[in-house]
Design a protein around this ligand. Structure first.
Ligand code: MN
Ligand code: MN
Length: 283
């Protein structure tokens, strides 16, 4: 069940008429360091009112785009219950051809989002590889997201951009392709995204943005901050370059109790960028 609340700015369409559907999943029960991502969906909505409806650079006005905000998925018990109820909700949107935009919550919320698609590639922006098979007894922990994604789409169909942290076990075991933050600084984000597209070789791509992929100086409000990250502009360009292939998008791991307001604003702006650029390529 979804609880309605204050909507994301310019999300004025009905569920029936909308092409883009926003769903908040305020879940943070597997957080390993700082919790508080459960407050992010509403903080991101609030921050979304900061921006002009018109994105002049793309000549797109969000008021012309059919966007619906479903509100937040209802409280859940365990992570496994969250995954199954979110999957049910998202599958019904995806099967009706809608473009889902998930506001986390911690990174576990990406598991049901990706599971609601078949035959896609996934690009994950993340400081962390998140490729543990199990963490603190759970397989749907936010530390296991990339592993669960790979279970669903295949290990060759996921690429992680912006990595700068992994455990020895992750480093020494078979793992998905990644381009780390240092390599992206060397080659530039354009080339990195092109490489990701080549590796995936899929027309349909889901993009998950763990906000900690961005450097903590730009995005301080997150659960597990990791220095030496991507720039905010890198991530914006990544969205622009992937837009023609995108089928779904999420932004996760914003942690409002540790934010000065800029991280929620960034997340809201990235959502607006994704909607505008995807819409433009379909126009
Ligand atoms: Mn993550
Ligand atoms: Mn992370």
């Amino acid at each position: 069940m979804v609880l309605p609340g204050a909507s994301f700015a310019d999300a004025n369409a009905s569920l029936e008429d909308a092409s883009f559907i926003i769903l908040g999943i305020p879940f943070d029960r597997t957080a390993s360091f700082r919790s508080g991502a459960r407050f992010a969906p509403n903080a991101i909505r609030e921050a979304s009112y900061n921006f002009e409806t018109f994105l002049y650079e793309h000549e797109v006005d969000l008021l012309d785009i059919p966007i619906h905000d479903m509100g937040n998925l209802e409280e859940f018990g365990t992570v496994d219950e969250m995954v199954s109820s979110a999957r049910m909700e998202l599958e019904s949107l995806v099967s009706r051809g809608r473009f889902p935009i998930v506001l986390g919550g911690e990174h576990s919320v990406t598991i049901p989002a990706v599971q609601s698609f078949e035959d896609i590639g996934v690009v994950s922006i993340d400081a962390h590889l998140d490729f543990r098979d199990e963490y603190l007894g759970g397989r749907n922990s936010h530390a296991c997201v990339t592993h669960r994604i790979a279970d669903h789409v295949g290990i060759d169909n996921v690429v992680v951009l912006g990595v700068r942290s992994m455990s020895r076990e992750e480093y020494e075991s078979p793992r998905p392709e990644h381009i780390d933050a240092a390599a992206i600084r060397e080659m530039g984000i354009e080339r990195a995204v092109k490489e990701a597209i080549d590796i995936l070789d899929k027309d349909r791509i889901y993009l998950t943005v763990d906000i900690d992929g961005i450097d903590p100086s730009f995005a301080p409000g997150t659960g597990t901050p990791e220095p030496f990250g991507l720039s905010d502009v890198d991530v914006k360009k990544c969205i622009d370059l992937l837009a023609p292939r995108l089928v779904g998008f999420d932004v996760v791991e914003v942690c409002p109790p540790f934010d000065n307001g800029n991280t929620s604003a960034m997340a809201a702006r990235l959502v607006r960028e994704a909607i505008a650029t995807v819409w433009k390529t379909r126009d």
